[in-house]
Ligand binder design. Structure first.
Ligand SMILES: [Zn+2]
Length: 411
């Protein structure tokens, strides 16, 4: 069976025919090239309007990479025609095997993008004698294809979050859909400024923004401002995960300062190795951490006082109504202000300042599930880890989209 015949079976091109292939057994990678020419009498298609148009001239021959076989690289060779289109002027023709100026055939693009779901991009590139950039380009094309067909209907609850990447020096903003029945990543944007989030709302469009009923976010000022401006009708929730993480950060500060102080005074280093037993919830502690915690409790330490304040705050989330939750919140904040522990007082001030948004949690409780944002966020973190080393924001954006969105579309 001829190679042309095989290609006509697996990759038939309407209006074009395959010519006689040539093989160059170069080391280390042999190359197979298959020329393509227009079928006699077929007219070129204007790439701009998609209509057939009379020929104008030829461009130099180009090579389009196809899926390699038996360790042989495969290229299709073709000299694109230019058309004199009555409505668009002189344009390059549209060819059915590649998009725009891409040096990869569409078939090969999907092939690489498919592998890139399973393996690191560098591995895919190495496996198929391609380059990292070609794989990244293939994934990008696949993502663009998926995004163009993304169904954005029915989004009534969103979560906005920031993720740190490149070891915390750069931030990105991620927006999730967090409806009870549908959780997915919607959008990723560079930085965590008001501008970033405004871009999201522009992307979503006015009508779809108007349909949003609930939004969960951190207390990050830029986000609060934009959310209040763009979707003032939505119930804005400061969610549990973020509030508890503020408390944990406060405990960390108290512990670090107190440990330093104890060291300076030459006291027994009680707080050594205590970090995780103070941050974790009690039922997640390991046996060793439990012992460590029990040994600390009798001491009159600021750290322990802060820890107990945090543990107590967990009760807050069990309230059924915003009113009773508010009563608890006020009482807790009052005691925190008397604690004489500055980081805890700072948290209390912050909670007081956002009282209504925090109580919205109880108004929205049935509509959005807790822990959703953080769960999705972990997934995003995982994929950013894979993107480290390549270090561009674009990669992060593609990666995040790839992990959730495009997989659904591209099958
Ligand atoms: Zn045209």
């Amino acid at each position: 069976m001829h190679i042309q015949t095989i290609l006509n079976r697996v990759h038939k091109l309407k209006g074009f025919v395959y010519g006689k292939p040539t093989v160059n057994m170069m080391k280390p990678t042999p190359i197979l090239e298959v020329p393509i020419r227009p079928r006699r009498g077929s007219r070129a298609i204007c790439s701009s309007c998609g209509r057939p148009a009379p020929g104008y001239d030829h461009l130099p021959e180009r090579r389009y990479e196809f899926i390699p076989i038996w360790g042989i690289l495969v290229f299709l060779r073709y000299a694109p025609r230019r058309v004199g289109c009555p409505s668009c002027g002189v344009k390059v023709e549209r060819v059915p095997w590649a998009e725009g100026k891409s040096p990869l055939t569409t078939r090969y693009t999907w092939f690489l993008a498919d592998w890139a779901k399973l393996l690191a991009w560098s591995v895919v590139a190495e496996r198929f004698h391609s380059s990292w950039h070609a794989v990244a380009g293939a994934v990008e094309a696949a993502v663009a294809w998926g995004r163009a067909r993304m169904d954005l209907s029915g989004i009534t609850a969103i979560g906005v979050d920031e993720i740190a990447w490149r070891k915390g020096h750069t931030y990105a903003t991620v927006v999730y859909q967090i409806n009870a029945g549908r959780k997915r990543l919607l959008w990723v944007g560079e930085h965590r400024t008001a501008k970033t989030l405004l871009k999201f709302f522009r992307w979503l469009g006015a009508d779809r923004s108007a349909a949003i009923e609930f939004v969960a976010s951190d207390m990050w000022r830029a986000y609060l401002k934009v959310i209040a401006k763009k979707i003032p009708h939505a119930i804005h929730v400061l969610d549990r995960f973020h509030i508890m993480s503020h408390l944990n950060k406060a405990i960390d500060q108290v512990r670090a300062a107190e440990a330093k102080q104890m060291k300076r005074r030459g006291v027994e280093p009680l707080l050594h190795h205590s970090r995780w037993c103070l941050l974790k919830r009690r039922h997640y502690l390991t046996g060793r951490q439990r012992e460590k915690l029990a040994s600390l409790l009798p001491y009159n330490l600021k750290t322990i006082k802060a820890y107990l304040m945090k543990e107590e705050f967990h009760q807050f989330w069990d309230y059924k109504t915003p009113w009773w939750a508010g009563v608890f919140l006020d009482a807790w904040c009052r005691r925190a202000m008397y604690s004489r522990i500055e980081p805890i007082k700072a948290v209390a001030r912050m909670l007081r300042g956002h009282r209504e948004l925090i109580l919205n949690w109880f108004r929205a409780k049935k509509e959005i599930s807790s822990g959703v944002v953080e769960g999705l966020n972990n997934k995003a973190k995982l994929s950013t880890k894979m993107a480290y080393g390549f270090g561009t924001f674009k990669t992060l954006q593609i990666f995040n989209t790839v992990t959730t969105r495009y997989i659904q579309y591209y099958q």
